[in-house]
Every structure is written in C-alpha cells, then in structure tokens.
Write a protein that binds this ligand. Structure first.
Ligand SMILES: Cc1ncc(COP(=O)(O)O)c(C=O)c1O
Length: 410
C-alpha cells in the first residue's frame, strides 16, 4: 500500500553560513524559565516515558516520549509558553529581572496593586487559551479567549473553567488572531499570542523560551538514566513556535552535534512544509478552514521567528494525513507488552504514528535513509497533549475512527 506522506529533506541545515540567531534560546535561559516554574507547587517535570518494546519493534535503540498530558494539571504543554510570557510582562511592569519573579510574587496583592487591572486576550484552538486563562487566574486578572470555528465544546468549557471569557468564533485560527489583535488595540488589553509577525515579537519570543523547558527537562531525565542525548527529534507544528523553540534550543545547546530534527504537520495546515517547499526562504500560508483532526496544528501562517529557525536548522519537513495522528494515539494508548501507556491526543500523537510508518513501510525507506534513522538511533517524541477532547480520543482508540482506508478524505 502506498502512503501519502510528503517529505522534504533540508541538507542546507548542516551547512555553515549565515543562519537565524538562536542565542535567545539558550540552556542558560531554559534554566531561568524552569526555575520560574519550579516556584509553583503545581510544577513537576513531566514524565519521559521509555518505550523499549516499541523501540525493538521499530528497530531503533530507544524511543522516548515526553508526556505533556501531565503538565501542571492542564493536559497539554502550552502553559509553559504563555505562562512564561505573562510572567515576563509582569516582571517588566514590576521593573525586576524575570529571574527574580516567583509564583508567590506573581500572586501577591502587592503585585496586583502595582500592575493594576489587566485583561489578557488571545486566539487559540484550546490548549494555549487554557494556559493563558490559568496564568491570568493565578494573578486574579481577566482573560478573553477567541476560538476558531469548529472548536471542540469541551475544550471551550475547560478554558471557561479557568475563569476566562471564552467563545467560539466563525473564523479560522489566523482570522481569530487578527480579531484578538484588533480588540487588544481598541481596548488596551495585552495580547498573548503564540505566534509572531512583524512588529509583534517580544511575547512570542518569550513563549518560545518557555517551550524550551520540555527539551531541558528531557535532557536532564536522559542523563539521570545514564542515556545520551537523542539522535533524532520529531516536532509537530502549528505556527511553529513550539518546534522553533525546541529546534533553537537544540541548535544553541549542541551546535553542529545537534540531533536530527524533522518538522511534522497535517496536510490541511502545512504552512511550514509549504514554506520549505517554496525554497526561497520566505514563509507561505495555508488558508481556508484547515479542518484537520489535529486541531492544535490547524494554523496557516507561520510564526516568523520560528520559521526562520526551522528553515535554517531543521533537517526535514513532513506533511501527512490525519489518520497518522490517529495511529499514533492507538500506538501510544495500547503499547507493546511491558511498555507504559501514554494517553496522547490528536496533535500530541502524530509524531509517534509517523515514526512507526517511517520505520515499517518499504515505500518510506527513503525517509529513514535521509534522516539516518537506524538501530543506533535514540528518538525523542513529545506528546504535547493528552485526551484534551475525551470523546474524540475514544472515537479513535475505542471505535477505530480515522484509519488509513479513509485516507482520501484525510
Ligand atoms: C497539542 C499541541 N501540539 C502542538 C501544537 C503546535 O504548536 P505551535 O502552534 O507553536 O506550532 C499545539 C498548538 O496549539 C498544540 O495545541
């Protein structure tokens, strides 16, 4: 059977030359971010789950899954980004260095008196909005969240449960971002958006710094079990803030010895893939409803900071159909004997589904060869969300929705 997985290799990633600056994504900064989160009682590093049974089946040395469903009770990684960005805004207003800010200071009455009433606004598929609402609530501040057309009701309710004024709009993600921006300008609210465009770069850069925590923790966790750094990392992308943040961190931390990285997107929202395919270094957009199963990845306009980093340092770009994510959910949810279970949602599981295909399908041999994945490889995957929509999760894992046979409709 053939699969409709599309792959672009980026050999230029390994060439020297003038490349995007990743200095703001340094291990030192990652330590500052992690220390900030450590000041919260809710913080604990998310598990790095070793899957020796799956590694054996796929013919690699190790598969490690960072399980972000366990992130601060929020079932997804996103609070790392917006939580750190909001902290950075507050540190600026308090005129202190971010390394001095703690949960206690953030939550204090004195801070509230100094910074006054703030409303944070954002547009989101769900996970980012829940993080923004959570962070705003920590400080007794307000949040307003716009969700794109077709967003899941349960994800909306989870944002509302954090105290946000949240609603589902009739527009796609990128238009919802524009609406939130307009509102923020008219009302004097602070927009905490997880993507950057020309003139809006500070907050997204802080968000990308926040996301480094996952790679920082994973390296510590590997070292603790006397395992070396991964040889390969697969990074799923919506706007590419998360992938760009981790990629930038790996480039700064390891230089030329960094792991081989691949950016993974759904066919229906593959703006990073399209940008790579265009080949002129400029970002490209995906438009329309982008009705992919991978709601967290349904973004059509790359973060310009993230794109520059992914363009210059990522080794490959992959666009794939929705059933690959569903396969990943099933693979992680019903593990090989002896392997622990990981509950992974649609946007979290796509890299696991993809790795399985790359390692088992003869027609994808060119991808494993170009990415140099073999029996010595240690692969890191980040399951960026748990079952953030439990009904969809069960439809897929219990009832087998979204299989390869349905590939024509993605
Ligand atoms: C679960 C999940 N994974 C990955 C991503 C992709 O992050 P980014 O939009 O920064 O590429 C998102 C974005 O919302 C998400 O919710």
């Amino acid at each position: 059977m053939t699969t409709s997985i599309q792959f672009i290799a980026n050999p230029a990633a390994r060439e020297r030359g003038d490349k995007a600056d990743t200095a703001f994504l340094s291990p030192e900064k990652a330590a500052v971010v992690r220390n900030y989160f450590k000041s919260f009682a809710e913080y604990t590093p998310t598990p790095l789950v070793a899957l020796p049974g799956l590694s054996k089946k796929l013919g690699v040395s190790g598969v490690y899954v960072k399980d972000e469903s366990k992130r601060m009770g929020l079932n997804a990684f996103k609070v790392l980004g917006c939580g750190f960005a909001i902290a950075s805004v507050i540190a600026e207003r308090l005129d202190i260095d971010i390394s001095e800010l703690t949960a206690e200071i953030l939550r204090s009455e004195e801070t509230k008196k100094k910074v006054g009433e703030i409303t944070f606004i954002s547009a989101t598929d769900g996970n980012h909005g829940r993080g923004v609402a959570w962070a705003a609530r920590q400080m007794g501040q307000k949040s307003v969240i716009y969700m794109p057309k077709g967003s899941s009701l349960i994800r909306l309710e989870n944002i509302q449960a954090e105290g946000a004024e949240a609603s589902i709009t009739d527009m796609n993600y990128d238009d919802a971002v524009r609406l939130a921006w307009k509102q923020s300008q008219e009302k004097g609210w602070i927009m905490v958006q997880d993507t950057a465009w020309k003139g809006y770069e500070d907050i997204p850069a802080w968000i990308m710094q926040g996301y480094m925590t996952m790679a920082f923790e994973a390296l510590e966790q590997l070292a603790a079990i006397k395992e070396s750094a991964p040889t390969h990392v697969f990074l799923q992308a919506g706007v590419g803030s998360y992938a760009g943040g981790i990629q930038g961190f790996l480039a700064t931390a390891f230089g030329e010895n960094r792991p081989i990285t691949t950016v993974v997107e759904p066919h229906k929202a593959n703006c990073i893939y399209k940008s790579a395919e265009a080949g002129d270094g400029k970002p490209r957009f995906t438009t329309g409803d982008m009705d992919t199963l991978m709601a967290g990845l349904a973004c059509g306009e790359p973060n310009i900071i993230g794109w520059d980093i992914l363009r210059d340092y990522a080794d490959g770009y992959i666009s794939c159909p929705d059933w690959v994510a569903a396969n990943g959910m099933r693979i992680l949810g019903a593990p090989m004997p002896g392997d622990p279970q990981v509950i992974s949602g649609e946007s979290g599981a796509v890299t696991a589904g993809l790795l399985h295909l790359i390692m088992t399908r003869p027609e994808l041999a060119h991808i494993r060869e170009q990415l140099k994945i073999d029996s010595d490889s240690r692969v890191l995957l980040i399951s960026t969300e748990g079952d953030t929509d439990p009904d969809i999760y069960r439809d897929i894992t219990w009832f087998g929705n979204h299989t390869e046979k349905e590939k024509e409709t993605c």
